[in-house]
Design a protein around this ligand. Structure first.
Ligand code: HEC
Ligand code: HEC
Length: 302
């Protein structure tokens, strides 16, 4: 019953996209000029953003280990309630990957969820978070990614049921849920907390797993980082707000240590889909992990 009404809702949204409300739901890339005034890429910062952004978690070949993870050949199958997404190749290969994409094309995928042909991208690519990234960080990331190895792998097409197979329907989702506003209001907080807010809400996309969603795939209001059922099936994703029954008692140093080592204060080790995230976090500088911990302590409790 509920599923039916969801599907009906999306059909309506798709119809809005296709018909009268075209402007409301049309892909909205930033103009070419937006991407022109940026400085030459700082490759060190690009690598930092690459690690914070966790691109390898989805874009590396399934099962890749060590340096093989830097080959962003795609191919991972991401199961979702809407069907299965096959993650694309984003290595610098000119044909199979994104080697020929301009900075503007790359930037519009990251911050607007718009593909190279002007189409909507699916939010299983977490641009709903990446939209908060600084333009210069995008330019640095773009420069860094050109230094990675190429792959000529071509991923299978997505297997999505109607109406999710219609990219126009994503315009309806964007209309409802896509923006680049802060997830929590912390204006005036100390600079370390704000630096952590940027990393968590932007490149780190922590909320994509840690925030529960409604049936249309939007975040539930007022439940930022509050945890919920695991979309991959088993168990729950933990609450990582200060109100959490477990992590709420951890100090900022203990949170930072978990991100660095994968061990909780009780010497449990990190598991599930957090393993990849933790490995990426371990590559950041201590000050970035400390900022993330400070922000997690500052998030308002429901
Ligand atoms: C949670 C999994 C996930 C993560 C993390 C992720 N992506 Fe993706 N990405 C996807 C999926 C799925 C698509 C395909 C979306 C579509 O077809 O609409 C995609 C598409 C893209 C595209 C468009 C490619 C094309 O051929 O149209 C780019 C560019 C991209 N991702 C870059 C990145 C970068 C850079 C990062 C890290 C900062 C990243 N992605 C992290 C899942 C992910
Ligand atoms: C791909 C999904 C995913 C993403 C993205 C993600 N997490 Fe997690 N996180 C998990 C899962 C699953 C667990 C539970 C791990 C376990 O069972 O050991 C977890 C556990 C944690 C814990 C320990 C909580 C506890 O009570 O044990 C912290 C802290 C945490 N995550 C912080 C973060 C931060 C910070 C980010 C962003 C940089 C992030 N997570 C991004 C899935 C994710």
């Amino acid at each position: 019953m509920r599923l039916k009404s969801v599907v009906a809702g999306l059909v309506v949204l798709a119809a809005i996209g296709a018909g009268g409300g075209l402007w409301l739901t049309a892909p909205k890339p930033l103009p070419e000029s937006h991407w022109q005034a940026l400085a030459a890429p700082d490759l060190g910062n690009g690598e930092r953003i690459f690690n914070a952004g966790g691109c390898v978690s989805c874009h590396a070949a399934p099962g890749a280990e060590g340096d093989a993870k830097r080959v962003l050949s795609g191919g991972l199958a991401l199961k979702s309630p809407f069907g299965t997404f096959h993650v694309p190749n984003i290595s610098p290969d000119p044909k199979a990957g994104i080697g020929e994409w301009t900075l503007a094309e790359f930037g519009n995928a990251m911050k607007r969820g718009v593909g190279r042909n002007g189409e909507h991208l699916y939010p299983s690519f977490p641009y709903g978070s990446y939209a908060r990234m600084k333009d210069q960080d995008i330019a640095d990331l773009y420069g860094f990614m050109k230094t990675l190895p190429v792959s000529n792998n071509i991923a299978a097409p997505h297997e999505l049921g109607f109406p999710f197979n219609i990219r126009l329907a994503v315009g309806g989702w964007k209309l409802l849920y896509f923006n680049d506003a802060p997830r929590v209001e912390l204006a005036g907080a100390d600079p370390q907390v704000l630096a952590g807010q940027y990393l968590v809400e932007g490149p780190g996309h922590c909320g994509e797993c840690h925030t529960p969603r409604n049936a249309l795939g939007g975040f539930k209001a007022g439940e930022w980082l509050a945890g919920g059922p695991n979309p991959e099936g088993e168990g729950r994703i933990p609450d990582i707000t200060p109100g959490s029954k477990t992590m709420g008692a951890w100090s900022t140093d203990e949170i930072a240590a978990y991100l660095e080592t994968g061990f909780t204060p009780d010497y449990d080790s990190v598991g599930g889909s957090m393993v990849d995230v933790q490995q990426n976090m371990a590559r950041l500088k201590a000050e970035d992990r400390a900022a993330i911990a400070a922000y997690l302590k500052a998030v308002p409790v429901r």
